[in-house]
Design a protein around this ligand. Structure first.
Ligand SMILES: Nc1ncnc2c1ncn2[C@@H]1O[C@H](COP(=O)(O)OP(=O)(O)O)[C@@H](O)[C@H]1O
Ligand SMILES: [Mg+2]
Length: 333
């Protein structure tokens, strides 16, 4: 990779609105991204953030409302056929034909892509993904991990230079997910492809991606390497749920407190050091008032929390706690 090389994916102030005029949904809002060649780039964001839309626009499935985008050096709008010839796509949905063998699925893909002389490449891919001895087995007999491997093999068959993976590990068990991480990094090395993947799993973005962009409500809110992003939050986040309102001014005045945000009885307090802060907090808040305290050290989750005041994952422990207490209260009364 040299400095002069153009990026694998270049996006300039790209917006996408579904539906027409002001009534539509603004799924992408002036997105600008430059993704270097040979990189595993992650797009991390909650459901509805616009991740799939960006992939659809870059692969030419969906049209652009405004702005520019190029993939593999070609303009997504003006040179869409050239773009299509150079990209592979691993969708979140199943694309394999269950009644076909692995080899027949590859054959079908070659037909769809109008490829000639694909057999050698297919052989190499089966070999690479350790599927060679199963090539004549029906895909319906494959494990989830084997199916994923075959899906990636299909996406690589026409020798693309850029691969898109939309939530590739959604619904996979932990073991298969980790296997897939190894595959993604391996594929990048072996086939020299650039990978753009989307995820709403923090751990995945952290473990797998060289660089990532955090996307929320159609906007890129941060971009960098996982460690650069984590270094932005020079603070621990203390979350506390109390039975009564806290005295914001008193909390804010405690040493080391950078910010206090409140939502009802849920408090998020940014502090320089949770180790120094917790004893001071507990000296201020009556113990019987405390329902829950948690501390988070800098992570991609706290980066998102810090930027948006919300969490990426659907799992929202604070809300669950509230439900739990409501049930308790009902049970008591
Ligand atoms: N075909 C569509 N028509 C109208 N709105 C859509 C369509 N597809 C997605 N959206 C909306 O665009 C926003 C972004 O969706 P999407 O790109 O699927 O997000 P993500 O993949 O991050 O979950 C959401 O508000 C979603 O409801
Ligand atoms: Mg999606």
């Amino acid at each position: 990779m040299t400095e002069a090389e153009p990026p694998a994916i270049d996006v300039r102030s790209l917006s996408k609105r579904y539906g027409n005029h002001e009534h539509g949904v603004l799924a992408l809002d002036r997105v600008t991204l430059s993704i270097p060649k040979g990189c595993v780039f992650g797009l991390l964001g909650p459901n509805g953030a616009g991740k799939t839309t960006l992939i659809k626009v870059l692969t030419g499935i969906s049209d652009i409302t405004s702005g520019d985008a190029s993939v593999a050096g070609f303009d997504v709008r003006r040179e869409s056929m050239k773009v299509r010839a150079r990209i592979g796509w691993v969708a979140a949905e199943v694309i394999l034909d269950d009644d076909f063998s692995a080899w027949e699925n590859l054959w079908l893909q070659a037909r769809l892509q109008d490829l000639t002389g694909w057999e050698e490449r297919a052989d190499h891919l089966l070999e690479y993904f350790s599927l060679k001895d199963r090539k004549d087995d029906k895909v319906s007999h494959f494990s989830t991990g084997m199916r994923k491997k075959l899906e990636i093999a299909l996406a690589l068959l026409h020798q693309p230079t850029v691969i898109f993976m939309d939530e590739p590990t959604i619904g996979l068990d932990v073991g298969t997910r980790r296997m897939l991480w190894d595959i993604v990094t391996g594929v990048r090395k072996e086939f020299g492809v650039t990978v753009l993947l989307t995820t709403h799993y923090i751990e995945e973005a952290d473990a797998l991606c060289d660089r990532l962009a955090i996307i929320d409500q159609g906007r890129i809110i941060a971009e960098g390497t996982p460690s650069e992003l984590k270094a932005r939050v020079h603070a621990d986040l203390v979350q506390i749920e109390t039975a009564h309102d806290l005295d914001t001014q008193r909390i804010s005045a405690l040493p080391g407190v950078q910010e206090v945000r409140a939502q009802g009885n849920d408090w998020m307090i940014r502090v320089a050091s949770s180790e120094d802060f917790l004893p001071r907090l507990l000296a201020t808040v009556p113990a019987e008032d405390v329902r829950r305290i948690s501390v988070e050290k800098p992570s991609l989750e706290t980066v998102f929390l810090d930027l948006t005041g919300r969490r990426i994952g659907q799992e929202e422990p604070m809300r669950d706690i509230r439900k739990f207490y409501m049930q308790m209260r009902r049970a008591r009364s």
